[in-house]
Design a binder for this molecule. Structure first.
Ligand code: FPP
Length: 238
């Protein structure tokens, strides 16, 4: 009889997986600059990587991934760059809602402030949320027009509007944009900061940084982050 029980595997590759991953897709501009291309080319390449990583998360059985796609501060970027990003979101949502074979069995959710987003894109986001709601694969939260502080303020305002005069942590958790606590934050491109991403949900997140620029990020990089996560000893302050 074996003395030690083999560690049970969640799939063939990992013994433990984060339930909710947050990804900061950083480095598109630098990737383009290195190649003498406009920043928009970096975002296009980044959008392809986003789709690839969504699929891989689905294959691995990750429950939920939140991608930081556009912050409340990103409106300050040149108009052409903002328009390209909005177009990429639009094209992806059309694909995700209608072509399950291409984007996988993902469920799309939106995380961010609606005010400021073009009505056509909002309509499509609502449609994509509705048409993918019954899917059983990975939940993909698109953080668009997202700011972590704004998210907390908006949750508190919702609670005040609902008549609350005393607020608990659970109240805020219940009123941030639908996401559960985040287990792992991945940030490529050499920057080691949170940049106003998932401030509430990241209270006990593990962090994984890498020098690779987002358009060069691939399944191997995701696996490296997940293997590192497997080794972390999470104590949640206890
Ligand atoms: C930050 O890198 C990246 C962004 C502001 C945009 C991220 C968006 C995408 C990758 C497109 C995702 C597409 C879909 C469909 C969700 P940066 O451009 O600021 O890089 P830099 O720091 O090198 O300049």
């Amino acid at each position: 009889m074996a003395l030690f029980k083999k560690k049970e595997k969640v799939n063939d590759e990992f013994t433990v997986l984060p339930k909710h991953i947050g990804i900061i897709m950083d480095g598109n501009g630098r990737w383009a600059k290195k190649r003498g291309l406009p920043r928009t080319a970096g975002h296009r390449a980044g959008a392809d990587v986003f789709e690839k990583i969504c699929k891989e998360c689905g294959r691995l059985g990750i429950e939920e991934v939140t991608f930081y796609a556009f912050s409340t501060e990103n409106w300050k970027r040149p108009k052409e760059e903002v328009n390209t990003l909005m177009r990429l979101f639009y094209d992806f949502l059309i694909e995700a809602k209608d072509r399950i074979a291409e984007t996988g069995n993902i469920r799309i959710k939106f995380a961010g402030e609606r005010a400021g987003i073009h009505s056509e894109l909002l309509k499509l986001m609502d449609e994509a949320e509705a048409t993918t709601a019954d899917r059983t694969g990975t939940v993909v939260n698109l953080a668009i027009n997202y700011g972590g502080r704004q998210e907390i303020v908006s949750a508190v305002n919702k609670l005040i509007a609902g008549g609350k005069t005393e607020i608990t942590e659970q109240d805020i958790s219940d009123n941030v944009y639908t996401m559960p606590d985040c287990d792992l934050i991945i940030r490529p491109s050499g920057e080691e900061r949170l940049s106003n991403f998932l401030l509430w949900q990241a209270a006990y997140s593990e962090f994984w940084y890498s020098d690779v620029l987002w358009p060069d990020f691939d399944e191997e990089d995701l696996h490296m982050a997940l293997h590192e996560f497997e080794k972390r000893n999470r104590r949640f302050g206890g």
